[in-house]
Design a protein around this ligand. Sequence first.
Ligand code: MN
Length: 206
Amino acid sequence: MSLEEYARKRDFSKTPEPAPAPAARAGQRFFVQRHNASHLHYDFRLEIDGTLKSWAVPKGPSLDPTLKHFAAMVEDHPLDYGDFEGNIPKGSYGGGSVMLWDRGTFELIGDDPAAAQIERGDLKFRLHGEKLSGTWALVRMKVSGSKRANEWLLIKKKDEAAEPGWDIEAFAQSVKTGRTQEEIAADLPAKKTAASVKGKKKLSAG
Ligand code: MN
């Protein structure tokens, strides 16, 4: 059963009642993995039509709305890939450590289905993640009039979740295990603080 009605009636910045967990909100899931392969990059994945539509983002997503980060659309991944964290063996495709960097749900913005928005090269959505939130767009780049199918830009729209000067390196722990990239690469055990990535941010800011 949906929790939209419950959430609509409450302002969780004012009441101590629990907000619905991101996984319980309306919308499909999204995942971001921090992948230290031949080059460090972030894999941004949206659950669409039973698969994970995927973009490799070298600089990662940013809450800074003045930045437009290049995002290369790559092959669809299976839904089960979203929760993956671990090490891909050297010599295998994508060999290196993979961190589950963020996860949550997203809602499409606009009436057109996701496939149509991707086809026209302008996908808009709202994220409800542990690190990322607010409205975003993925826009296919146009180069001298022609569209290049796999070259996109990931853009944070201006809204209450936007944060100029946001530093992705301040959020370099797994949302699944609390580990750093180095700890994942070394196969060290999960830390118990995985759920408190937002709390850490407040501590360091205050
Ligand atoms: Mn990757």
